[in-house]
Design a protein around this ligand. Structure first.
Ligand code: ZN
Length: 71
């Protein structure tokens, strides 16, 4: 038998919000509070920038010549 699962649980990184050791139940955060803080930041960021996606079509125009299908 192995203890790989236990090892994974023990190797949780620090909480990205407060830096405390992460809790498996709230990974990668240390508590529900920190998870909620991160969620609030994430949501506020999304709502603040409704349409900030880069247009991938610009690069495709450069890579594929317009006469490719005609030839
Ligand atoms: Zn935390």
């Amino acid at each position: 038998m192995t203890v790989s699962k236990t090892d994974t649980v023990m190797k949780l990184g620090p909480c990205p919000i407060c830096g405390k050791p992460g809790e498996h139940s709230f990974r990668p955060f240390c508590s529900k509070r920190c998870a909620d803080v991160d969620l609030s930041r994430w949501l506020s960021g999304v709502y603040a920038v409704p349409a900030a996606e880069p247009q991938e079509g610009d690069e495709e125009e450069f890579m594929s010549p317009p006469r490719a299908e005609e030839a």
